[in-house]
Design a protein around this ligand. Sequence first.
Ligand code: FAD
Ligand code: PHB
Length: 390
Amino acid sequence: MHTQVAIIGAGPAGLALSHLLARQGIESVVLEHRDRAYVEGRVRAGVLEQGTVDLLHELGVGERMAREGLVHRGFHLQFAGERHRVDMHELTGGGAITVYGQQEVVKDLIAARLRQNGPIRFEVSDVALHGLDGERPAVRFRQGGEAHELTCDYIAGCDGFHGVSRSSIPAGALRTYQKIYPFAWLGILAHAAPASDELIYAYHERGFALQSMRSPTVSRLYVQCPLDDRIEDWSDDRIWSELHARLDLADGPPINDGPIFERGITAFRSFVVEPMQFGRLFLAGDAAHTVPPTGAKGMNLAIADVRVLGAALAARYHEGRDDLLQAYSATCLRRVWRAEHFSWSMTSMLHRFPDDDGFQHQLQLAHLRYTVSSRAAAASLAENYIGLAP
Ligand code: FAD
Ligand code: PHB
């Protein structure tokens, strides 16, 4: 088997890249180790920047998102018993974000790709990358008990943080930057109307909480929890009582409870490798970098990477130019580090740190008060939240 670009991983990065390449007449094969139902059911991010929304429209997969996605022009910061609206739209001269679940994006990308007979191979195992520093790399894998070899011109490593691509690069060729945070998020989906039309990011003495949503009848809610908590430690009653304690205001309606139909704990990690390339292997999305979810940047960065990679591969195939491929890592890393800083800053402003003796708490309150009282500070937050232009 031969293809032009072998794509490892059918997450947002790998799937969007397969569409970008197809539109340029470049062949690809996507290799995914999970089955389709698993990939489509994996609940993760929910906030799409305008650049991500625009790209999905350009790829012709934006129709359901336009119908079901919720456009938000602001969000709330809550602390010291008060809720403050950050008017993103006004502060950024017209910016907004769209709330639409990552797994809905993934479903739309898969359905459209399969309609075009684009090859996505689910349930492959033992994926191994070979010849990365030569002219003709190859991916070996097993499917249905048979061994296969896919030769290609380039490999796109879009297989997430735990994938095989990054670890196929020889030790010493990459520099790794990492920060682990001393807490996690417990996230739920519940059949309950969101208490507010817009997201509420709450800093509370008991820890962070977030009211988000997926539709007018489904809430997505998160609470900060200790790093080593297990999902079994959290009964429904405990989850709702923490959410009420952290999100309800004395003088407003409480958040709405409802049956919980999905729950999970997400650890926090800021992680970057440099460069995002080795020979003919290009890393994109979580394979190259992760951010804590507080800034809602993870999936948006993954999509931004493959926009750059798709254009660089098109320049290579259609114009015989290598310069954009050579600049790929540096181009992406500028956006990545901006998002790393923003995600770290939002995380630091909004969470309780277990080893804090009170000093950090006071700094966080000062940061929050400044953000909601200075137009310049609020505009900076809003500009980062809606995302940099492509
Ligand atoms: P992924 O979505 O991870 O896709 C990688 C794909 O590669 C997967 O389908 C995987 O099955 C496949 N794969 C892995 N290894 C192999 C292999 N060896 N061979 C073949 N295929 C392989 N971001 C936010 O902004 N907000 C959130 O609330 C949020 N919540 C998150 C919760 C969790 C549990 C996680 C893990 C991430 C969360 N993120 C969140 C981050 C966001 O979801 C990611 O940034 C985004 O999924 C990155 O997309 P990707 O395509 O790079 O990687
Ligand atoms: C979500 O809706 O899942 C969500 C929203 C905002 C975040 C993270 C996750 O910062």
